[in-house]
Write a protein that binds this ligand. Structure first.
Ligand code: ZN
Length: 715
């Protein structure tokens, strides 16, 4: 390694570490969880910064740097397989200049390698936005499919891929004895729309049945069974829509039950043969023809180009027409055609020197930001929203865009009246990049950061752990629906029969403006609501009255104080014993509580520091709601001693961290993966592969209630 470089200063070294960590995390989100958080262009920017830093300070480049690897390690739950030849990734280019530079590198490389003919031809193919896959055939028969994984090792998804209609079981003609072909599994836009329409229909039925659960108990049960069998992700009670075809594809491929994969129509296009011993290739164009002849689905849009100018023409052509295709593409791939040229050029540890991706430019439009409005979300977060003069962008009309938070608005200096540049990130959510300063109208003023909630007028607080402004008033109309549902939920005040639809009716009828109003409702008032008989009304009044006796911990949890889950609520209730003692505790004292850190303490303190909340507590007390925590016999701290737990799925009363803490506090061990050493698996909603593994291994599976019982009494 050359010593001509100056050694990396501490700041660059720290930046290098931060970039590595961020990229690792985004790799995982993209490849393993299929839930990317940032658009590709932003990821590429991080990656380029890292590569530039390593070029400047080569000593920073370690073998495990993201620049030396492809993708992320395979997810658990599927067997790992080694690819016959590594599945490489590709470097990206973003404009004609970078593409010409690639062409120059290729020609120089060929000259240096002494090629007879150093004038490369190229094949240009669409880069489909799906999941890369490797298919293995032996004696002409399909034997295995694997995801890319980290490039060397992928996940065995044979059973799922077998359900894709385009994958030939047997090849026609003279296929090699053993070979691996590479392709992309993807979902067409029409299929994504069909699935989302189906999900919307399920959600409508859910709303309808839940409005009158008693009359529809059977239908509701059957519907939930159907939804479970489709393996859709839940968002609260509703079914989550798919955000884009790539996520839907990855999610579908990674399901453990192949029969369910078949319910969603995936497509595949094959585009290459892996360079394995015994495989003789001449040109890529010929490879595509042979793949077609053997019976593989091959794209009809590939084009063979005499030189880089022709390849650039193809790039321009598809940049303009990509919305006409029935599937999502994020660019094109430009490959050297000749197999001999490819061999001479070779590969780096990470990507071939004979191919490059051309990313379509992000589509950006300019329009006038007419007004900034402030939305209050279900959790009280204040979000600035840009109301735009309608503009055409990537095939749709854009009228509004999320501005994230007020720090962002100030940092980008976005003002009402500005001409702004709008981009569609990840094809779905429009994003305001920033103002066009030369076109700022006179008198445009910075947008003032609100100090009051626009929905209820309460003072707003900045989150102790971030840039978000939040309204902490539980009676805030913008938050009332979600807050009341939570207050009445099983882990909180447990008011039987008070669900989503009924809460909405109570709010619409003006009967309930705060938690306390629940305790003054009469059977007559309730009976006046739609679809509410006198009997149900009386039952509900009784259920509400019963909830007054819940211990302080349940009330604290029900109040929905940020960062206070069921377990933290119990810790606080046990420590202070009464609401009065808790309300008058100062910040320092709160921080002393076991398992309560600075953020939780600040959040509790802010909550009781808000006038509206003190008034709410007083009213609840007047209604007869219990404000004390019964002394319980100290539960044996070794109730779970020596037992190993794995928690999976979404729980009602605990966050993942909370239940892990509880397990540890009671002497147990919390593990992240299921093995023969696991004693119990606690399974919540949407439990996935870990639950399946536990069932296979015959491990005792607990519901949340069963876990609580075990924690209270010991095994
Ligand atoms: Zn509010």
């Amino acid at each position: 390694m050359s010593n001509a470089h100056a050694p990396a200063d501490p700041e660059s070294a720290a930046r290098h570490r931060a970039l590595c960590e961020a990229i690792e995390r985004h790799n995982r989100l993209y490849y393993v969880d299929a839930a990317p958080e940032i658009p590709d262009a932003e990821y590429d920017a991080l990656y380029r910064e890292l590569a530039a830093l390593e070029q400047q300070y080569p000593e920073l480049q370690t073998p495990d740097s993201p620049t030396q690897r492809v993708g992320a390690a395979p997810a658990a739950g599927f067997a790992t397989v080694e690819h016959g030849a590594p599945m490489l990734s590709m470097d990206n280019t973003y404009n004609a200049g970078e593409l010409r530079a690639f062409d120059e590198r290729v020609r120089r490389g060929l000259q240096n390698a002494g090629a007879q003919d150093a004038q490369p031809r190229y094949v240009v193919e669409l880069k489909i936005d799906g999941v890369s896959i490797s298919l293995r055939y032996e004696s002409g028969a399909f034997v295995r499919a694997a995801t890319r994984g980290d490039g060397r090792f992928g996940e065995d998804v044979t059973a799922n891929v077998r359900t894709i209609a385009g994958v030939p079981e047997r090849l026609r003609g003279d296929a090699p004895e053993a070979m691996e072909v590479r392709g992309e599994v993807f979902m067409r836009r029409a299929e994504l729309e069909r699935l989302n329409r189906e999900i919307e229909a399920f959600n409508e039925l859910l709303d309808q049945y839940e409005a009158d659960e008693e009359a529809h108990r059977e239908e509701l049960k059957a519907l939930n069974e159907t939804i479970r069998s489709r393996n859709y992700r839940r968002e609260g009670r509703r079914v989550a829509l798919f955000k884009n075809p790539r996520n839907a594809t990855a999610g579908t491929l990674k399901r453990l039950d192949p029969a369910k994969t078949a319910q969603r129509n995936l497509d595949i296009l094959v585009y290459d043969i892996a360079p394995l011993p015994g495989i003789e290739l001449t040109t890529h164009w010929d490879t595509l023809a042979r793949l077609r002849a053997w019976g593989f689905p091959v794209s009809e849009h590939a084009r063979r180009c005499e030189d880089i100018d022709e390849a650039l023409e193809a790039c321009t052509y598809w940049s303009e027409r990509r919305h006409e295709l029935g599937f999502e593409t994020d660019g094109l791939v430009i490959k050297v055609d000749s197999a001999e040229h490819r061999r001479l050029l070779g590969t780096t540890s990470k990507s071939p020197r004979w191919a490059i991706a051309f990313k379509f430019p992000a589509e950006i439009a300019e329009t006038v930001l007419e007004r900034i409005t402030v939305q209050v979300g279900k959790t009280g977060a204040l979000t600035p929203v840009a109301n735009l003069e309608p503009v055409q962008l990537a095939g749709t009309t854009v009228k509004r865009a999320n501005l994230h938070n007020f720090e962002d608005v100030a940092r980008k200096d976005i003002r009402e009246g500005d001409v702004v540049r709008v981009q569609k990130a990840g094809e779905i959510i429009p994003q305001v990049l920033g103002p066009v300063l030369e076109r700022r109208p006179e008198g445009a003023a910075p947008y003032p950061v609100p100090d009051r909630c626009p929905a209820c007028g309460s003072e707003v607080h900045q989150d102790p752990d971030g840039a978000i402004l939040r309204c902490l008033n539980p009676a805030c109309p913008a938050q009332l629906q979600g807050r009341l549902e939570h207050f009445a939920s099983r882990g909180a005040m447990d008011i039987d029969g008070l669900g989503e639809k009924l809460v909405a009716q109570l709010i619409d009828a003006g009967l309930v403006h705060s938690f306390a109003d629940l305790y003054t409702l009469t059977a007559e008032q309730l009976a006046s609501l739609d679809r509410m008989g006198p009997k149900s009304a009386e039952n509900l009044v009784r259920a509400i009255a019963t909830s007054k006796q819940r211990p302080l911990s349940r009330l604290l949890y029900g109040l929905g104080i940020r960062h206070v889950g069921a377990h933290t609520a119990e810790v606080l209730a046990d420590r202070y014993g009464s609401m009065d003692a808790l309300v008058s505790a100062d910040l320092e004292d709160l921080q002393q509580a076991p398992e309560v850190g600075e953020i939780v303490a600040a959040s509790v303190h802010d909550f009781f520091d808000t006038t509206a909340n003190r008034e709410l507590i007083a009213r609840l007390r007047d209604c007869g709601v219990s404000m004390t925590q019964p002394k319980r016999p100290r539960s044996d701290a070794s109730a779970l001693a020596g037992k190993t737990f794995v928690v999976t799925g979404t729980l009602d009363r605990y966050t993942r961290d909370e239940i892990h803490e509880r397990i540890k506090a009671l002497g147990g061990r919390a593990a992240s993966s299921v093995s023969k050493k696991t004693d119990y698996v606690v399974a919540g909603a949407d439990a996935g592969s870990k639950l399946a593994q536990a069932q296979e291994l015959g491990i005792t599976i607990l519901t949340e209630d069963e876990f609580d019982a075990l924690a209270a009494e010991g095994p």
